[in-house]
Design a protein around this ligand. Sequence first.
Ligand code: GDP
Ligand code: MG
Length: 350
Amino acid sequence: MGEFLVSISLADLGWSSHFARQIDADDAVPMRLDAVHRTRLHATGEAGPVTLVPTAPAGDYAVGDWVLVTGERASKPLTRLTELVRRTAGRESKPQLIAANVDTLGIVTSCNDDFNVARLERYLALSGRAGCLPLIILTKVDTVDDPAPFVRSAEELSPLAAVVSLDATDASEVARLAPWCSGGRTLALVGSSGVGKTTVQNALTGGAEATRTIREDDAKGRQTTTSRALRPTLHGGWLIDTPGMRELRLMDAEAAIDDVFADVLDIAAGCRFGDCAHDAEPGCAVTEAIARGDLAPKRLARFRKLDAENRHNTRTVAEARARDRALGRMYRDVLTQQRRMRGQPPDRER
Ligand SMILES: Nc1nc2c(ncn2[C@@H]2O[C@H](COP(=O)(O)OP(=O)(O)O)[C@@H](O)[C@H]2O)c(=O)[nH]1
Ligand SMILES: [Mg+2]
């Protein structure tokens, strides 16, 4: 990493006034994390790449974080500009940091069966939740006669999202993504396996990470990407591939979902009742819009599903936290009781 970084400024690394405001000492040495391991952190500063020792639990750090360095010790991360978080799979339900200080979330999908409007909407909400700009990267335009319907469908999803369509195997086409990963800006790539994330990454970084071999029949690939890392691009910015985002679930994303479905909410604002469920209520503007053909019933259904999923996940995480706290309390009570029983004569306890 950093072989072609002859000399690098903090601005080249993505430093901004947001971070500068958080430090007061001139002798603080800020560095940006490229990779996070259990017992060590890899970072880049003005002096180049270094290995650091964390002073907070490893789970508190994410790729893309800024830390202040003293000797080999990394402070806890500076307050982030953006934060990609997911709910872990399984019963544990803990929020897990994926990446920090990502400017643009590159949502990668292809002109084939992978293209799924509901999934794109979920990623758009995730991007909004994280505070990132969304960019839809539509790959494999070279494999279809006419990519235009895919492009149109992606463009219709949100006025906030830019759409770039390309053949990822052609590096000169991928260079059109330079505006999002130059000038110290950070682009992170998410999307299903096989859509071309590693191909895009290789073109942008000049790297040679192994890409997947697609089984022609189902457009799915094997898992080949190994670990998450912040990599310098050929354009003077940064790139993060985010393996393991397939179990992506939304939580605490109500406002972001509302942004993605602003068109539906605009219509719903015209309902007679504030708590209208858009089922059979009189004066329901949503039902009327559907009848007029101004709103696709499927879009309303996707909004409801995503909203319900977000509520469920948010609740599950809150419940898991409460359970942990309750268990912790019970554990402490038992310990206190045991200590008391050991410290006091049994006859007096009766
Ligand atoms: N024809 C074509 N093939 C592509 C394109 N993007 C990716 N591929 C191929 O799709 C396969 C999976 O790509 P990969 O980058 O490993 O996908 P990832 O799983 O998202 O990292 C590889 O064989 C790529 O060469 C594209 O735009 N056009
Ligand atoms: Mg890959």
